[in-house]
Design a protein around this ligand. Structure first.
Ligand SMILES: [Zn+2]
Length: 393
């Protein structure tokens, strides 16, 4: 069985001492400053001189910047450098169409700093960052892989003032034993996923469940005097509700994606224009709440880790409107129609299960054709039954 070195991040919560908090706050601030400085420098260079600055250009300006802003020298230089790398990646993602144009980092948002391997020590499971005299008190709620060294470490603080460390490990992930089962997945709102086996897995709607709690916290926050201690307390309360929603959703997605990858050799999903759906404001909340994008991302990388085949189908394939049994495509199928009878073969379909089965069939044929070529089977079938006396000649 082949295995390959894969980078995998392990995220743990940790509880810094007051001194560590102080150093981290300073480091986060410097990283944010450098990121924003890099972004505005790149923006200005482009708008004024049509010049596209690279990571190396910005990096070369750092020594001068440190002279005019000597406090940058108070923190480890490694996370500062990494900050420029993050900016570079943000630009690359933008140019590749994977992300929006980078934005400035805010003091109140998530804070983070990345330490490359020359800026931390890792000894007997103890992590000590540069410029700190003691190790971080990390809660290792699950074991790190044995015999691996962390290649980098990212420390972060969320809006609810919780600290996390994400340890990037390079390890051999053994593929799972090959099995026979294959699955097609339809993504929905009433049920989060519908499998081609007929199983519907519920949509727990974590946001909707905590919406009242959140609204209450937000009302309280709005009433507090700006700049007051009570306002900060209320802000943290709002952030904690958000964090709780996020954590529960993430946990649910991980459990489901791991289960599906464990149980199936081939996994077919329809790629969704989730962003476009969020623009529909009637559905926006519900669509964001269900979190398909992250779920599909997890299926993708976990399939790669464990030697599964993950197939994404282009979104214009009419998976709902095609009869799985005879491949007839119906003209129109409004969203509220949950079950329909095929006019061609008379089979009664559950809308979502039929779609999931079509997604599986489509995915398998796409992968058999070896790539993005989509077979035109549906169109051929559709033209076949012609009514007598309907000739146009
Ligand atoms: Zn049919």
């Amino acid at each position: 069985m082949k295995s390959s070195k894969t980078k995998r991040a392990y995220k743990y919560r940790f509880y810094p001492t007051d001194e560590q908090k102080r150093i981290l706050a300073q480091t986060f601030g410097c990283c944010r400053f450098i990121y924003n400085w890099g972004l505005s420098t790149r923006k200005t260079a482009y708008s004024k001189h049509g010049q596209k600055l690279t990571y190396n250009d910005l990096s070369a300006m750092l020594p001068d910047l440190k002279k005019t802003h000597p406090w940058l020298g108070d923190v480890s230089s490694v996370p500062i450098q990494q900050s420029l790398r993050h900016l570079d990646r943000a630009y690359k993602n933008f140019y590749a169409g994977r992300a929006k144009y980078p934005t400035f980092k805010k003091r109140h948002g998530n804070q983070s700093a990345t330490y490359a391997s020359n800026a931390f020590t890792w000894e007997n499971g103890q992590l000590t960052l540069a410029k700190m005299d003691g190790p971080l008190a990390v809660t290792l709620h699950r074991d790190l892989p044995k015999g691996c060294k962390p290649s980098s470490v990212t420390v972060s603080k969320d809006c609810a003032n919780r600290y996390f460390v994400s340890i990037l490990m390079e390890e051999d992930i053994k593929p799972l034993p090959v099995i026979n089962s294959q699955v097609g997945i339809d993504l929905g709102l009433k049920s989060m996923v519908i499998l081609s086996t007929g199983e519907a897995v519920g949509n727990p709607k974590f946001y909707a469940k905590d919406e009242k709690r959140l609204a209450k916290a937000q009302r309280r926050h709005a009433k507090k005097k700006k700049g007051s201690k009570n306002r900060e307390k209320a802000r943290r309360k709002v952030a904690r509700v958000h964090a709780r929603i996020h954590d529960r959703r993430r946990d649910y997605q991980h459990k489901l994606s791991t289960r599906i990858v464990n149980e199936n050799q081939v996994i077919c999903v329809e790629s969704l224009a989730v962003k476009n759906m969020v623009k529909n404001h009637c559905l926006a909340k519900a669509v964001s709440d269900v979190g398909w994008g992250e779920f599909v991302r997890q299926l993708d990388y976990k399939s790669q880790w464990y030697g599964r085949t993950f197939i994404k189908i282009d979104r214009w394939y009419p998976s709902s409107k095609t009869c799985h049994d005879c491949k007839h495509v119906v003209e129109d199928l409004p969203l509220d129609v949950r079950a329909w009878v095929c006019p061609e073969c008379g089979v009664c379909h559950d809308r979502d299960i039929n779609a999931a089965r079509n997604i599986l069939a489509e995915g398998l044929s796409v992968s058999a054709c070896g790539g993005s070529v989509r077979p035109v089977r549906t169109r051929v079938r559709r033209a076949a039954p012609v009514e007598a006396g309907n000739s146009r000649s």
